[in-house]
Each structure stands twice: as C-alpha cells, then as structure tokens.
Design a protein around this ligand. Structure first.
Ligand code: NAP
Length: 240
C-alpha cells in the first residue's frame, strides 16, 4: 500500500541525530521543515540536501524554550507547507557534570531544553492535527530513561528525559481518540556522542544516526497507527 506523502517538521535538525532523521524522513515525504535555533549555513545545507532528494524543504528558526517563538516556528511551517503531519522533537541538550556541582540554573536549563521545548512545539501542532484527525509525534529520549537509579554525572538530564517520557505518555493517552500517536525513541551510546564509549555494548558497536532514524521512520508510518505511548530503545542492548 502506498502511503500518503507526509509533511514533516524536525526540530534540532541542523546537525546530529535531528539531521539524520530529517534526511531519512525525506524519503517519501512531500515536504520537510528543518528547524534550527538560528538560520545557520548548517541548517540551510540540510534543507538543500532534502530538496535534492525531491521533497520541498525550508529552514524554520527559533528558540523553542520560548512558547511564542515555538508557536511562530510551527505557524510558519504550516503556512509554508499547508499542514504538519509528523513532528519529531530532537532538541535535547545534555549537561555532563557531577550532580554535586550542578545548581538550580543547570537543572532548569536541562528541563527547559529537553521538556519545555517539546511541550511548546507539541501544543502548537496539536490543534491542527486534531482538526484533521491524523498526526504522529516523536520525542527523543535516552536509552536509560526508564531506569530510576543513580546518574552521578547526568542527573538533571536523566530527570528531564524521564519527565519527557511522562509527557509523551500523557499526550499519547489524550491524543489517541484524535488519530494522533505520540511515542519516544531513545538512543543509547552514539557515534560522536558526548559520553565516553562503553566497551560493553552487546551489539559490539556504537549507535548510528541511521539506527535511530529507522526507528522513527517505523513509528511515524501508517502501519504503526496502533502504537502509542511506547518508548523504543535503540541501544544495541546497552545496559538493559
Ligand atoms: N548524541 C547522543 O549521543 C545522544 C544519546 C542519547 C540521546 N540523545 C538525544 O537525541 C537528541 C539529539 O541529540 P544530538 O546529540 O544529535 O543533538 P545536537 O547535536 O546537540 O543537536 C541539537 C539541535 O538542537 C538545536 N537546539 C538546541 N537547543 C535549542 C533551543 N533551545 N531551541 C532551538 N533549538 C535548539 C540545535 O540548534 P543549534 O545548532 O542552533 O544550537 C541543534 O540543531 C537529543 O534529544 C539528545 O538528548 C543523544
């Protein structure tokens, strides 16, 4: 069965995992919005690469910790492409610092960067998705997000990602009657990642952007219509 060509918005797509997801979802899409904090050459290059593949693509810039800015970014993408079918929230800074050395501002920044950014964009896209009775939302987590244990060097990050999972599942419950699924995809140790490579990855290698993008591509497909509120761990068996 041929799927309808979808309109996609990926936040934090100027580099890293977000870029990888935007390029992967471009296959078969009608248009892909590439979001970056600012109008950067890196974000423009991603949009140009997507246009080369066929779909329309444009950069939408804004600080998503700011509710108004997030609403503007979504409004601009909807105006440019007519709608947003698929939203992937990848903005999610990781602070690596022993918890005793973190202060309230660090915790606040991790919650703003990982939870409030996703909340702001989700709230902005949902009214139109609800009207049309179809939508897919993916939030990027962290593979150990469901393990409530000690995180000596990334405590605010782990706490924020756990909060994001609770937001994801809350939205999955509220949006299911509207034909909208909301899921989390959680990478483990990645190539080029911030954390030192752990030698005990059962799969014997670090994760790649393609590994993560494949999981996202499945969850946003028509076939995944009955899957909502899940947390899909993409970590090669690391620390499960
Ligand atoms: N990489 C890993 O090893 C790993 C492992 C597990 C989970 N994750 C999760 O996967 C996701 C992607 O990670 P990544 O390492 O690929 O990300 P990244 O390279 O740090 O990319 C971050 C992107 O988010 C944008 N951004 C950051 N703060 C923003 C803000 N306040 N408003 C708007 N845009 C903002 C950046 O824009 P600018 O370029 O303009 O700053 C950039 O496009 C994150 O949620 C991360 O927590 C990553």
């Amino acid at each position: 069965m041929t799927e309808k060509r979808r309109i996609v918005l990926v936040t934090g797509a100027s580099r890293g995992i977000g870029r990888g997801i935007a390029l992967r979802l471009a296959d078969g899409a009608a248009a892909v919005g590439v979001h970056g904090r600012g109008m950067s050459p890196a974000a423009e290059a991603v949009a140009a690469e997507i246009r080369k593949k066929g779909p329309d693509s444009r950069v939408f810039a804004g600080d998503l910790t700011d509710e108004k800015d997030a609403a503007r970014v979504v409004g601009e993408a909807e105006a440019a492409f007519g709608r947003i079918d698929i939203l992937v929230n990848t903005v999610g800074p990781m602070l690596v610092r022993r918890w005793e050395e973190t202060d309230g501002a660090d915790w606040q920044a991790q919650f703003e960067g990982n939870v409030i950014t996703a909340l702001n964009v989700m709230r902005a896209v949902l009214p139109d998705m609800r009207r049309r009775g179809w939508g897919r939302i993916i939030n990027l987590g962290y593979s150990r997000v469901e393990q409530l244990q000690a995180y000596t060097s990334i405590a605010p990050y782990a706490a924020a990602k756990t909060a994001l999972l609770i937001l994801t599942r809350s939205a999955a419950r509220s949006e299911a009657p509207h034909g909208i699924t909301v899921n989390m995809v959680s990478p483990g140790l990645m190539e080029g990642g911030v954390l030192p490579a752990d030698q005990n990855i059962p799969a014997g290698r670090l994760g790649t952007f393609a590994d993560v993008a494949a999981a996202v591509a499945f969850l946003v497909s028509d076939e995944a219509a009955y899957i909502t509120g899940t947390n899909l761990i993409v970590a090669g068996g690391w620390k499960i």
